[in-house]
Design a protein around this ligand. Structure first.
Ligand SMILES: Cc1ncc(C[n+]2csc(CCOP(=O)(O)OP(=O)(O)O)c2C)c(N)n1
Length: 621
């Protein structure tokens, strides 16, 4: 296998890869050709991701598996379902998208994850984790018996409860289904929890591996020796118990084996292809394989930024995630022993690394387990501690019932620090945090805050922390506008808006959260009054009554879907109080975001000053 120390800047020669105009030809490749193909694929992936940026280490770790799967299985008739889909770049390259790879995640470019409309080889769309086993089982139940159904899931993704729901069901219905565990002992961070320990124990069981090697030789003679091999295995497993968890769920467990050994991968997959029932193949791989810096630092190389940067942020302040991280640290440094910080597998992205190191006793990374993280917070709150759950807006969707049923209904004292709220750009529609205002504000007992800058973010975290009951602070991806955080200044009051600019105008702009920069530009150009509303729930009703008397048109602006969002809350209030004022709601219309940078996405929705001014002018003309 070729290894690399630097990212290639010149397009590599890839004769074998280029010869695969028809993927079906791959089934004819011999071992030598397969090895050369993995080298070409790895080099091209390094080259193209260096240009585009994007997910990196995970794809490098499944080069051999991707080639082996497409060599053995007959895709697209056979369905290969990539969990999360961040490791699917090599799959995209092999399945006709090689030349378009530098456009991945860019406007008009390839989708960041598998996408059914992009290619017939993308059997199932992804982005959020732990869905592949359910989807593959659904296809096995709904599809043709002649096709094969394969789920590829990482050791991080398999920490989520949903994966076990699917495994338990699959084990019970006895359909032909192959689940491949790509175990690299990493999530984005180091993987945590009992499942991760369990998998590591299996791999480190040397005795077992030796016996398995001979077991594999027997397995090659399938089907005649299969029963014998199975008996030998179960005897050994009885002694050492590796893989029994999956066996108990009804799967035939095979492994663990080296996921970079293409020859034995192909041999094993060929054998497994014709076995019936649910099969669990455990592969051990290295994240970042073949690119030395990524092998050495897989956390840093989970994703990279490319040569073509599409980020056009003009903001110079700190990242919101770092404001949150610093706020957490400061609270704990002041000796707050009640504070408990929780992340479902996103400690880097949520700005919690420093806190986790400084205050390990007050920190829980619960792995990819959003539902559990919420109810865990509820339980902690029941005992009088103060849980702060840091969660991305898009992943909070997973924990919605737990938020309603376990937290809000019991009015428990939980603070949600909701990151990546609004349009998040390159990760695409699967990661957009554009629904939270809608789905949060309809929950009784919730306080929902949207800071417009770093100072408000800090103060709202403080307010939410002190508030008795569930509270949420939702802030965007990326940097703040650079507002100084003045910690000792006056506190923010619950449900109080801030008048920013009063003009002798018939129009007032009501800005919710980080869109204040756009709202200010509109207000500047049209000489309107401007309010930073701060709270989506409770709304500043007193202010709204005054405002509606004073102005003819209220323009609400938010980075959330218009349906049921902050503007919608204003409409409801105005109508239910029979207030006589015209309304214009600016936000995200009823469609999923395009691929591209946050600004591309905003522009596509007309969420910029120019478009908003046009809409206001049309409205008042
Ligand atoms: C529901 C959900 N929560 C969190 C994430 C963010 N996320 C993306 S990849 C990843 C790690 C996945 O680990 P693993 O499945 O082992 O794949 P690896 O990157 O190690 O190859 C996480 C936490 C997500 N995509 N979906």
């Amino acid at each position: 296998m070729k290894t690399f120390k630097e990212l290639p800047t010149v397009k590599p020669l890839t004769p074998l890869l280029d010869s695969l105009v028809d993927l079906k030809n791959l089934s004819n490749f011999n071992s030598k050709e397969l090895i050369q193909l993995t080298d070409e694929l790895r080099e091209y992936l390094l080259y193209s991701t260096n240009i585009s940026g994007g997910h990196f280490g995970a794809g490098l770790g499944v080069i051999e598996l991707t080639v082996a799967l497409h060599h053995v299985f007959n895709s697209p008739e056979d369905k290969i379902i990539w969990d999360v889909g961040h490791q699917a770049y090599p799959h995209k390259i092999l399945t006709g998208r090689k030349e378009a790879m530098p456009t991945i995640r860019k406007k008009d470019g390839l989708h960041p994850f598998p996408h059914r409309e992009e290619s017939k080889f993308d059997a199932f769309g992804a982005g959020h984790s732990s869905t592949s086993i359910s989807a593959a089982l659904g296809m096995a139940l709904g599809g043709s018996k002649d096709n094969k159904y394969v789920s590829v899931i990482g050791d991080g993704a398999i920490t989520a409860g949903m994966a076990y729901e699917a495994l338990a069901h699959a084990g019970a219905v006895d359909k032909d289904l192959l689940v491949i565990l790509n175990d690299n002992n990493m999530s984005i961070s180091n993987n945590t929890g009992g499942i991760s320990n369990y998998l590591a124990k299996i791999w480190s069981s040397r005795f077992y591996i030796q016996v398995r090697e001979s077991g594999k030789t027997v397995l090659r003679m399938i089907p005649s020796a299969k029963r014998f091999a199975k008996r030998t295995e179960s005897h050994i497993k009885g002694m050492l118990s590796p893989g029994t968890l999956f066996e108990e769920l009804g799967f035939q467990y095979i492994g663990p084996m080296d996921g970079h050994d293409i020859k034995s991968l192909v041999r094993t997959l060929n054998n497994l292809k014709d076995l019936s029932g649910p099969i669990f193949l455990h592969l051990v791989t290295k994240k970042g394989k073949g690119f030395i810096p990524a092998e050495l630092d897989p956390i840093k190389y989970h994703a990279i930024s490319g040569q073509i940067s599409t980020s056009t942020s003009k903001n110079l302040g700190p990242k919101y995630q770092d404001v949150f991280g610093e706020w957490l640290c400061e609270k704990a440094r002041k000796g707050d022993q009640d504070l408990v910080a929780i992340t479902p597998a996103m400690s880097e992205g949520s700005g919690m690394v420093n806190f986790s190191k400084e205050f390990p006793e007050q920190f829980y990374d619960v792995a990819i387990a959003e539902q559990h993280s919420m109810t865990l917070a509820a339980g902690i709150a029941c005992e009088g501690k103060k849980p702060v759950l840091a969660i991305y807006s898009t992943f909070l969707q997973r924990a919605y019932d737990q938020l309603i049923h376990d937290v809000a209904l019991q009015n428990l004292d939980v603070l949600l620090a909701i990151d990546r709220a609004g349009l998040v750009g390159e990760d695409g529609s699967t990661h957009a945090g554009i629904f939270d205002l809608t789905y949060l504000r309809c929950i009784p007992n919730m306080v929902v805050m949207a800071p417009a800058n770093e100072d408000e973010c800090w103060k709202m975290l403080e307010l939410g922390y002190e508030h008795k009951g569930p509270a949420a602070v939702r802030y965007p991806r990326g940097n703040g506008p650079g507002e100084d955080i003045i910690k000792d200044a006056e506190k923010i009051e619950i449900g109080k808006a801030r008048l920013i600019k009063e003009e002798n105008s018939k129009i007032a702009i009501l800005s919710f959260g980080s869109v204040l920069d756009i709202a200010s530009e509109v207000s500047e150009k049209l000489k309107t009054s401007l309010f930073d509303m701060r709270f989506v729930k409770p709304l500043d009703e007193k202010a709204l009554i005054e405002i509606s008397k004073k102005y003819d048109l209220l323009v609400t602006i938010e980075e959330n879907v218009i349906a049921g969002g902050a503007g919608s809350a204003v409409n409801e209030f105005i109508h239910s109080n029979s207030l006589n004022v015209d309304l214009l709601n600016v936000g995200i219309p009823d469609s999923f975001p395009i691929i591209g940078s946050p600004n591309d996405q905003k522009d596509s929705y007309g969420l910029n000053a120019e478009s908003i001014i046009k809409r206001i002018k049309t409205k008042i003309d």
